[in-house]
Design a protein around this ligand. Structure first.
Ligand SMILES: Nc1ncnc2c1ncn2[C@@H]1O[C@H](COP(=O)(O)OP(=O)(O)OP(=O)(O)O)[C@@H](O)[C@H]1O
Ligand SMILES: [Mg+2]
Length: 316
């Protein structure tokens, strides 16, 4: 497929796309919902029939790994088919020498990526909140970068310093700087682009003034920092209570429940995850497209979006 003449990239600079579409779930702010989103994105893609691999870069907490271990034990006796990704959990390197640690961790990450990049359609990478060499490397590999944000100005502050007079523009903050640098490196390495999607998480069901202000702040920052703001998940018990048995709202949990049906909140949770996946606008297998071709179409669409956004136009 040929690029429209208005896209940011001339035809000669099209990247040579690998078959795996890499989704990195990250935000330097802790506890925003990175692992929760990684889990739900992973399971949603598996349920859609894609070949999915996952990598846990959080060598300390290993939340994604723990969830998948729980899911594997459930799968052993489950009354239905339980989908599992091909999973790689990175181990922490604990030598005295920081440089040696980085070398070992880089080697482990590089071999995990090499093992999966040609045989899986999606790779979902969960990351720790701390800034590290490995975390920066993961950012520069991302095709889609998903950053969960809670409805709090403390969360917005890692993207742009929140000024007491919010009509004034704040300075670009440390995490946004990290993404800008990752985008620059990515462009140099393979002309790739990173589609950065800010996903609101743990939204309250009561529409507060604070939530409206956060939504307005993110919409204002989107053009400057070049991201797509989206509504994501509400704060719901179902998004956390199934962790010990390795299930999600997307699994047929109604079959295991005495009532045989989902509650209104559980059904809403399922729809929210489905909407989130649609909002991510990932390459899809529609009209019998081969995955790599779908990746190329994705690239054209996203390049056009960011080009229009940079031009201050009505990006869709
Ligand atoms: N939409 C949601 N509804 C209810 N609970 C949620 C939701 N999202 C996350 N949580 C809960 O919030 C807490 C933090 O979530 P999670 O561990 O996914 O964040 P994280 O960004 O991965 O944290 P860390 O930076 O420590 O890795 C967990 O207790 C999780 O169960
Ligand atoms: Mg986590």
């Amino acid at each position: 497929m040929r690029a429209r003449s208005t896209t940011a990239e001339p035809e000669a600079e099209r990247p040579d796309l690998r078959s795996a579409h890499v989704i990195v779930v990250a935000n330097e702010k802790g506890g925003t919902g990175k692992s929760t989103l990684s889990i739900h994105i992973c399971i949603a893609l598996l349920k859609a029939g894609f070949r999915v691999a996952s990598i846990d870069l959080d060598t300390r907490q290993k939340t994604l790994t723990r969830f998948l271990e729980n899911r594997q034990s459930w799968a052993a006796n489950a009354p239905w088919e339980v989908e599992l990704p091909f999973h790689c959990a990175l181990e922490r390197s604990n030598s005295e020498n920081l440089h040696d640690n980085e070398t070992v961790e880089f080697g482990a990450f590089a071999s995990a990526i090499a093992e999966i990049e040609h045989s899986y359609e999606f790779v979902v990478i969960d990351t720790p909140a701390s800034d590290s060499y490995l975390m920066r490397l993961a950012h520069s590999l991302a095709d889609t970068l998903v950053s969960p944000v809670n409805d709090s100005f403390i969360d917005v502050d890692v993207f742009s310093r929140v000024h007491h007079d919010r009509t004034q523009r704040g300075q670009i903050a440390h995490y946004a700087d990290l993404v800008i640098e990752a985008r620059r490196r990515r462009k140099l390495v393979d002309q790739g682009i990173i589609d950065w999607v800010l996903v609101r998480n743990r939204m309250s069901s009561i529409q507060s003034n604070n939530a409206k202000q956060i939504s307005a702040s993110l919409a204002k920052l989107a053009a400057e920092l070049q991201f797509r703001p989206t509504e994501g998940l509400h704060d719901r018990v179902i998004f956390r209570e199934l962790f010990p048995i390795g299930l999600t709202a997307l699994d047929p949990i109604e079959e295991a429940m005495r009532s045989g049906s989902l509650s209104a909140s559980q059904s809403a949770a399922r729809r929210e995850v489905e909407t989130l996946i649609a909002t991510l606008q990932l390459p899809e297998r529609s009209r019998g497209l081969a995955h790599l071709q779908a990746r190329h179409e994705w690239y054209e669409r996203i390049a056009r979006y960011y080009h229009d956004l940079a031009m201050g136009g009505a990006a869709k």
